[in-house]
Design a protein around this ligand. Structure first.
Ligand SMILES: [Zn+2]
Ligand SMILES: [Zn+2]
Length: 250
C-alpha cells in the first residue's frame, strides 16, 4: 500500500505540475518549450515538403521541354566512395560560390548579416542564420547538383558531414591540422571570416567545409596574430538582437 501511495502521489504531483505549467505560460515554462520545439520541427518538415514540391514542378517543367534526366554521372558508373567524394567537393564548391554571393550582393547580404551578427564563436553560432539562407542555398544548388545526378540519401550524408565540420569551424577550438589546413576549413580560419576588421569589403575565407577554394581563388585572410579579434560587421550595434527580429530582418 505504501508503494502504491508513493506511485499515486507521483502521478497526482506531476498532474498538478502539468496543470500549473499549462495555465501559467512563461519563458521558463517546459511545457510550452516542448510545444514550441514540436511546432518548429513541423515547420521544418513543411519546408522540406514545399521544396520537394518545387523540385517536382521544376522536373515537370524540364520534362515538358523534353529533358527527363539531367544526370551526367550516376552512382552505378563509379565506385560509391569516388561518387560520394565528387558530390561532396562539388556541393562544397557550389556553396562556396553562394556564400561569396551572399557577401557580394547587397540584397542577399542583409539576410546573411544575421549569421555575421555573432559576437563570440561557439558551435551554436553555426546555426544562427536567416531562414532565407536555406531557400537561397537550396534553390541555387538544386540545378547543378541534379545535373550531377545526386539523390536525397547522398545529400543527407554529405549534409551531416558538412554540419559536423561547420560546427567545428564555429567552435572556439583551434585544431592543429598541419598541411591539411590548405584543404579543410577550420575554426582558426573561419574566425577571420567573422572578424569585424577585414582587408576586403566583400569578405574573406568563404570556405564551408573546404578551405582550398579560398587558397585557389585568392580570398584567404590569415593574419599572424594571437587569434583574438572583435567579431561582427560595421554598424552591427543597431542590428536586432532577438531571434524573431533577426529572422524577419531585411
Ligand atoms: Zn559569411
Ligand atoms: Zn560562420
Amino acid at each position: 500500500m505504501e508503494i502504491l501511495k508513493i506511485i499515486g502521489d507521483a502521478y497526482s504531483g506531476y498532474l498538478g505540475y502539468l496543470i500549473n505549467e499549462i495555465t501559467h505560460p512563461s519563458w521558463h515554462n517546459y511545457f510550452y518549450w516542448l510545444i514550441g520545439i514540436s511546432l518548429f520541427c513541423w515547420a521544418i518538415i513543411g519546408f522540406a515538403a514545399v521544396s520537394n514540391v518545387v523540385s517536382h514542378f521544376f522536373n515537370e517543367a524540364l520534362a515538358s521541354i523534353g529533358i527527363t534526366n539531367l544526370a551526367i554521372i550516376t552512382e552505378k558508373s563509379l565506385p560509391y566512395a569516388v561518387y560520394f567524394l565528387i558530390l561532396f567537393v562539388a556541393k562544397d564548391f557550389i556553396q562556396w560560390n553562394i556564400h561569396r554571393l551572399l557577401h557580394a550582393s547587397p540584397f542577399l547580404w542583409e539576410f546573411h548579416k544575421v549569421h555575421h551578427s555573432v559576437k563570440e564563436m561557439g558551435f551554436a553560432a553555426h546555426l544562427r542564420y536567416h531562414w532565407m539562407e536555406n531557400v537561397i542555398y537550396k534553390v541555387l544548388q538544386y540545378i547543378p547538383l541534379a545535373m550531377l545526378g545526386y539523390g536525397l540519401s547522398d545529400f543527407f550524408a554529405a549534409d551531416i558531414i558538412a554540419l559536423a565540420i561547420g560546427h567545428l569551424n564555429h567552435s572556439n577550438v583551434a585544431l592543429p591540422l598541419g598541411p591539411l589546413k590548405y584543404i579543410i576549413n577550420h575554426a582558426q580560419m573561419h574566425l577571420w571570416h567573422h572578424a569585424k576588421e577585414i582587408p576586403s569589403k566583400t569578405g574573406v575565407n568563404f570556405g564551408i567545409s573546404l578551405s582550398v577554394w579560398d587558397y585557389l581563388f585568392g580570398t584567404v585572410y590569415y593574419p599572424e596574430t594571437d587569434g583574438t579579434t572583435p567579431l561582427g560587421f560595421p554598424g552591427d550595434e543597431d542590428f536586432p538582437k532577438d531571434f524573431i527580429h533577426q529572422e524577419l530582418h531585411h
